[in-house]
Design a protein around this ligand. Structure first.
Ligand code: 0O2
Length: 270
């Protein structure tokens, strides 16, 4: 296959990865902006390297014309979660979306691979709009916890280093580390609600503070300077109390003041 043809072949896959990254990153932002816990901690995406595609073709005896049908992970998205429970929430979110359809799924969390590898894999159909029309492509979505990702990343690079000849003592240590990952994820799940509560209140506080500062910034253009300084001093005093209810009350009061100025401005305009 010529270089130009590889580029044409891979272009829609890059488009799919770019679009899906935006969509999953939006999900993280939307949860956090609403002061909610995001089941997705971070998202990464990649198009498989040509050298890796060639390697897979060789290993699985795939002809050039069958690449798109038989290699399902040319476009890959990796979703990292904090807790095992979040993985299943993300799977449900994906299954309920109208812009992708699940073609296949593999639960390597309840069915750990002999290597010790754990992750939830979905192959989804995803439509991209190309210059020549709509193209339906396969995208592999791997969903795993931070701990599972740590293990898989290290193991992947060791696999690459040793190819088929990983020394038994390294294999053994990786097995031990895989067991430690299971224990760590279990331990984290047992304190999940406490961790989520503290992260949630941090998110809510950050959100309210951002709103207050934004309102003060807007008031700066319409109110007199002395009043702004007074409001700012009041805000710093309240902030020190570290009480989210008081902050929320202050934010609402500021909204009323801002609304008053807005109405006054409209009156002057009319
Ligand atoms: P890369 O370099 O990550 O792209 P398939 O090979 O996909 O047609 P298979 O083997 O049944 O069919 O798929 P599977 O087992 O679902 O694996 C797909 C991907 O999962 C792999 O892609 C890896 O990314 C990851 N994976 C699977 N098993 C392991 C493992 O034991 N260790 C690690 N670190 N990752 C694993 P590629 O193409 O093999 O590799």
């Amino acid at each position: 296959m010529e270089i130009q043809l590889w580029r044409e072949l891979l272009e829609p896959y890059q488009l799919a990865v770019d679009e899906l990254m935006v969509k999953f990153e939006y999900l993280i932002k939307a949860h956090r902006n609403a002061g909610k816990y995001s089941p997705i901690e971070e998202v990464n995406g990649r198009v498989k390297k040509i050298s890796s595609i060639l390697e897979k073709m060789q290993k699985k005896k795939i002809q050039f014309e069958d690449i798109e049908k038989k290699i399902e992970d040319i476009a890959g998205i990796r979703i990292i979660c904090q807790f095992v429970e979040d993985i299943y929430t993300v799977v449900d979110i994906i299954k309920n979306r109208s812009d992708m359809t699940v073609k296949a799924e593999k639960d390597y969390i309840n069915n750990t691979k002999p290597s010790g590898y754990r992750s939830y894999h979905l192959i989804v159909y995803y439509d991209v709009m190309t210059l020549t029309g709509t193209k339906r492509i396969n995208v592999e979505i791997q969903i795993r916890t931070l701990a599972m990702n740590f293990w898989a990343t290290i193991e992947h690079s060791l696999q690459y280093k040793y190819r088929q000849n990983m020394p038994p003592h390294i294999r053994e240590r990786l097995s031990g580390a895989a067991a430690a990952v299971i224990a760590l994820d279990k331990e984290m799940s047992s304190v999940r609600s406490e961790i989520m509560d503290s992260q949630n209140s941090f998110q809510i506080k950050a959100h309210v503070v951002a709103e207050i500062l934004n309102t003060i910034q807007n008031l700066y253009n319409v109110a007199n300077k002395r009043e702004i300084v007074k409001i700012q001093d009041e805000f710093y005093k309240i902030y020190k109390l570290d009480d989210i209810d008081v902050l929320e009350k202050f934010s609402k009061e500021l909204d009323i003041i801002a609304e008053g100025y807005r109405a006054q401005g409209m009156e002057n305009y009319e």
